[in-house]
Design a protein around this ligand. Structure first.
Ligand SMILES: [Zn+2]
Length: 73
């Protein structure tokens, strides 16, 4: 039985939506060194609009609500 490569190394980064200022989390690929700092687009979990964030690593997941923040109504 072949084991799937599920091990994903990522770093959780906190970002804020430029439209509604909702704080949220994205997962970025850790330590690849292949990605130069660039604007990347994130879809807001709250208002659904895309906003640009500047991160040195590629976003591979997200966005997610921070666990300490309750979901907006
Ligand atoms: Zn938003």
């Amino acid at each position: 039985m072949r084991q799937l490569e599920l091990k994903q190394t990522y770093t959780v980064v906190s970002v804020s939506c430029s439209h509604c200022e909702q704080e949220q989390l994205v997962h970025v690929q850790a330590g690849t060194g292949t990605w130069s700092t660039a604007h990347q687009s994130v879809e807001c979990v709250r208002c659904g609009q895309h906003f640009a964030v500047m991160l040195p690593d590629a976003i591979i997941g997200g966005s997610f609500l921070p666990p300490r923040v309750s979901a907006p109504q």
